[in-house]
Structure formats: C-alpha cells, structure tokens
Design a protein around this ligand. Structure first.
Ligand code: CTP
Length: 409
C-alpha cells in the first residue's frame, strides 16, 4: 500500500500556512489490511480509519457517485484498484486535490500548484456538483484567502450558479450549512463569503433576507454608502477587523434585515425596521439552527441597535428598560456584545470607519450604575417579592437619572 498526505495539509504547506490537521489517503489496500495494522474504522461501512497512535484520518482511495438528492445520496467504491488520480478527481478544488508522499513528492494531476500560484479557486471536474455544500466551501475559501488575492474562477462560479439554481442547496442539512457559515464568519474577511454567495445566486436561496438588502437605499446623511446590503457587508467586515466572536458577527450580519421589508414609497427611510426585522431574524436563526447565544444576540441587536446609537439621548426610564431587556445583572457579557455590535454598525459606513463611539462607554457606565444598586438596604427595609422588584427598579431609575445628569454636565 502507498500512503499520501492530501487536501488541506498539502495546500497549506505550499502556501506557507500552519497545518493543523492532516488527512491521508491509502492506495492499494483493503479494509482487512487496515484492520490488521491496528487502524480503527470510523463508521461501519465507510472506508475511513483512524491511525492507532496519531488518531489522524486515513481514507482508502475511493470513487464516488451521486445516487440521489442531498448528502445521503452517495454511493462510493473503494478498492485496491482505485488510483490516486481517481481519488483526487472527485474532490472540490484543484488546490485541494494534490497529494504528497513521505518524501514531499507532489502528485498534482489537476494543476493545483499552478492555481495556488495564480491565486485561483477552480473546481477539479464536473464531479464538483455532486456535493452542493461545496458552493459554501468555495465561498469560505474565498473569504479565507482573500487577503492573498485569491479569486473564484469564472467557470467555477458558473457551476456554483447552476447548482444554486437547481434547487440542490435546499437539500443541505442545517447542521452542515451552519458549520460552513460559522467557520466562514470567523475568517478575516467574512464579507467576501457573503459576496461570493451573492455572486453565484446562492445567497438568494440560503439567506433571501440578506440578499434582499442589496439595492435598498438608506438616507445618505447617516449612510454615505447608501445601499443597505453594502452597509451590512461593511459592518461584518468591521466585526472581523475588531476580532469579534461569532455571536457578534452573526448579529452584525442580521441586524438590519427589516430594511428589506420597507415599502419602496418609504425609501430611503426605514421606519420601525428594528421591529419588522425580528421575524426575519427568527426565521434565519431557525433555518440554520444557530446556537442559542447567536440566536439571542442577533434578535436583541436587531431590536435595539438604534437605541444603542441614541444612548445619550434616551430617557433614564428607557435606558432602564433597555438594561432590563438584556438582563444586565445576570448576563453582563451579552450586553457588552450588544454594545460592540452597535459600534460595528456605526463604523460600517463609508468614510466613517474611524469614528468614535462615545455611546459605548456611556452604556457600559449605565449598566454599572444599575448593577451597583444594592439589594441589601431594601431587604432591610422589609421589601420582598414583587414589591422588592419594584423598589429595586425605582432605585435603579434614580441612580440612572443621576448618571444621565452627571454625564450631561
Ligand atoms: N473535500 C471535498 N469536498 C467536500 C469536503 C472535502 O472535496 N465537501 C476534500 C477536499 O480535497 C479537502 C479534503 O476533502 O481538501 C479535506 O476536507 P476538509 O478537512 O473538510 O477541508 P480542508 O481542505 O482540509 O480545509 P480546512 O482547512 O478548511 O479544514
């Protein structure tokens, strides 16, 4: 049997990037031989094994053929006769379809090295279309390697467009899609992921609510970039520049969905877009079964981001309601993430990327003031149950009024 390193490990070594996990392909072996060498099978009838010591994945060279819709619809054929070239041709991109032996000799039948040098993401063969998840993968690689100047080949984009129009994307499970989306959002240029999905028509299928923002104008005075879609991409870009966690990036992507629902006669204003957007945010959250913390923050940022921008003008009572809605007493981190998302929203505007955002510290201060109101003296006065809650609220309101006055002076 011959053993080769394949896929991302070869690609990233050639790019001079750190290699995290290594996939291996084994040519000329049978399942029985692998088991005899102590490899552990990954699934009952899938030709992938774990190395007895390193735990790395070793797959028997295989060919694959689609036999139905979705990911389940696959038949594969693994046997000692399957060649390395046959295994590589079923893979997604040429840059992922190279193999290397233990002497670092490269097997590169589909010119992945040339495409790496020319910074092109190109599919290997028509077999690309057998797994629609690859549309998302290519967009994710485009986001990851944008900094190096990588672009999607026009013929690959055309194939991605065909796949998007064919209805195949609908067959993807929420789990597989979310895995790609969440990884892509954590790349340095997540806005490229969304842009590539839009370029091939996949955004319209996967996230029509986000796609609908493009072409919708906003008032130039606050939004020199005008277009709501461009604004959303810029907010996402800012969230990555500031190395924000996934929760914040997800909220940034979804914060303005309501603008896509504004009747054209009302453009460029978007009255109550915060509220109108909530049902869209909920739908997209559920479509991808986003984790609970991502879902929650996206809804809260959607509903309250304009409160964040107007923080300094808010009445003390509105400020208190805002803090209560976030449960800042028990969930301080979530409020902090809200503040940062608002800041990204303020900066994701053409020419305003460097602006200061005094609202952030003002909101942090307000949360501290509300949290600083002690319960003990109220307990000592005999308050309990709902009355205690009311008394706490009154004290917090008093403290916030004083805070607001001192901030104004
Ligand atoms: N692959 C594929 N189609 C997929 C998933 C994987 O062709 N839908 C192939 C590619 O050759 C890929 C290899 O399997 O390089 C390993 O896949 P994976 O570990 O998911 O990705 P990597 O390329 O290693 O990339 P990453 O750095 O994102 O993990």
């Amino acid at each position: 049997m011959q053993i080769y390193k394949v896929g991302g490990a070869v690609r990233d070594r050639l790019l001079g990037k750190p290699v995290t996990d290594i996939d291996w392909v084994v040519v000329g072996a049978t399942t029985e031989e692998m088991l005899a060498k102590g490899f552990r099978p990954v699934g009952a009838d899938f030709p992938v094994f774990l190395h007895p010591k390193s735990g790395e994945e070793y797959a028997l060279a295989r060919t694959e053929r689609k036999s139905g819709r979705g990911y389940g619809g696959f038949t594969f054929h693994a046997s000692p006769e399957v060649t390395l070239e046959e295994d590589l041709i079923r893979r997604d991109l040429t840059i992922n379809a190279m193999a290397e032996d233990d002497q670092q000799n490269l097997t590169d039948p589909y010119h992945g090295r040339r495409d790496l040098e020319e910074r092109i993401l190109r599919h290997v063969s028509p077999a690309f279309a057998e797994d629609p998840l690859r549309v998302l993968r290519v967009a994710r690689f485009a986001a990851r390697y944008a900094e190096l100047g990588f672009k999607v080949a026009s013929e690959t984009l055309a194939l991605m467009r065909q796949l998007s129009e064919s209805g195949e994307l609908e067959a993807l499970t929420a789990e597989r899609s979310w895995k790609e989306i969440s990884r892509a959002l954590m790349e340095d240029q997540p806005q490229v992921f969304i842009q590539v999905l839009r370029d091939c028509g996949a955004l319209k299928v996967l996230m029509p609510e986000v796609d609908a923002l493009f072409g919708v104008p906003q008032p130039q005075a606050h939004h020199p970039e005008i277009d709501s879609g461009i604004h959303t991409l810029s907010v996402l870009e800012q969230s990555a520049l500031y190395k924000q966690p996934l929760t914040v990036r997800w909220a940034c992507l979804l914060h303005d969905l309501g603008k896509g629902l504004t009747p054209e006669e009302e453009w460029p204003r978007h009255i109550a877009h915060e509220h109108k957007g909530l049902k869209l945010i909920k739908a997209i959250n559920e479509r991808f079964k986003a984790p609970k913390d991502c879902q929650e923050l996206a809804l809260l940022v959607g509903q309250y981001h304009t409160h964040g921008h107007r923080a300094l003008e808010l009445k003390a009572s509105t400020l208190l309601e805002l803090l209560q809605s976030f449960d800042v007493y028990r969930r301080p981190q979530r409020f902090e993430e809200f503040i940062v998302a608002c800041e990204m929203d303020a900066r994701g505007r053409k020419g305003l990327e460097q602006r200061s955002y005094p609202q952030a510290d003002y909101l942090r201060g307000a949360a501290n003031v509300a949290r600083g109101v002690a319960v003990q003296p109220l307990l000592e006065k005999g308050f309990k149950g709902p009355e205690l809650g009311e008394a706490l609220k009154r004290e917090r309101l008093k403290a916030l009024k004083a805070y607001k006055e001192s901030a104004a002076s």
